[in-house]
Design a protein around this ligand. Structure first.
Ligand code: B1M
Length: 211
């Protein structure tokens, strides 16, 4: 079994200390951090996701796998966001109200920080006005909202509406993403940008701040 397969397997079992240990070991072996992320951690989460969908595992198993994923990401983060990059601007980031999924959001944060963007992470279950108020308070040019549920992606429209209502729609670029979100959905709610994954989100944000 390769170190990536082992990592994926321990992640699926929710064994956070083992996942952390293997991520450290892989980094020491000189493995590419992106490969560790994709072939180890995300591969494990993909298996859990498929099993969850088929009712082969349930919320508690998914939760402990998610904790193991976040534990592995903690070790991997410095390697992913390497380099002493100068801050080029600020972004407000959060998962929308009603939604507690934060693994993708955390990945977006790491990738944005890797591009020299200061990220103000509001966490999960964030109400629309909190996104916009944070943008105003911190003079941030980007509001980045994540949603993983079809039942919460509609809150992204409320974020756009709040920006209008609070008079800052022309001052903030609103970027949306997350598994159920699409380019068409972004257009339908009047947001500015959509990114399918964390690395693209970082490219988009970098483009906005350096335009
Ligand atoms: Co949830 N869950 N979950 N869950 N969960 C999904 C999303 C689901 C698809 C599973 C399924 O049924 N197949 C399903 C949603 C169905 C739907 O709406 N269509 C679902 C459900 C139903 C639920 C509950 C309702 C289950 C229940 O209680 N009955 C419940 C809801 C709780 C709530 O939020 N209110 C729930 C709970 C949970 C846990 C708490 C157990 C756990 C979350 C733990 C945590 O995040 N700390 C969990 C998990 C882990 C998942 C799955 C298995 C994995 C999600 C994940 O982390 N993927 C997920 C199934 C799946 O996705 N296959 C599922 C890895 C992550 C890296 O990917 O977040 O997509 P993702 O991020 C990607 C891109 O989307 C993108 O970048 C990342 C990759 O680079 N991206 C952005 C994300 N945000 C972005 C923002 C951007 C740009 C890109 O710009 C701003």
């Amino acid at each position: 079994m390769s170190i990536f397969e082992e990592m994926s397997s321990f992640l699926q079992q929710g064994r956070a200390p083992k996942v952390k240990e293997l991520v450290s070991q892989a980094l020491e072996n000189g493995e590419d951090p992106k490969r560790i992320l994709e072939e180890g951690l995300l591969a494990g989460m993909a298996v859990i996701g498929a099993k969850f969908k088929n009712n082969e595992v349930y919320v508690p198993e998914v939760l402990i796998a998610a904790r193991a994923m976040n534990a592995g990401m903690e070790v991997l983060k410095p390697a992913l966001a390497s380099g002493n990059v100068k801050a080029i601007g600020k972004a407000i980031l959060g998962t929308v109200k009603g939604d507690l999924h934060d693994i993708g959001k955390n990945l977006v944060k790491i990738m944005l920080e890797g591009k020299g963007i200061e990220v103000i992470d509001l966490g999960t279950d964030v109400p629309p006005e909190k996104f916009i108020q944070a943008a105003i308070d911190n003079d941030a040019k980007i509001v980045a909202a994540s949603a993983l549920l079809t039942t919460t992606m509609g809150v992204m429209k409320d974020v756009v509406d709040k920006a209008l209502e609070m008079g800052v729609r022309d001052k903030v670029a609103i970027m949306v993403g997350g598994a159920p979100v699409t380019e068409n959905f972004k257009d339908s709610i009047g947001a500015d940008y959509y990114a399918p994954d964390a690395a693209s989100a970082a490219d988009v944000a970098y483009g906005i701040l350096t335009a």
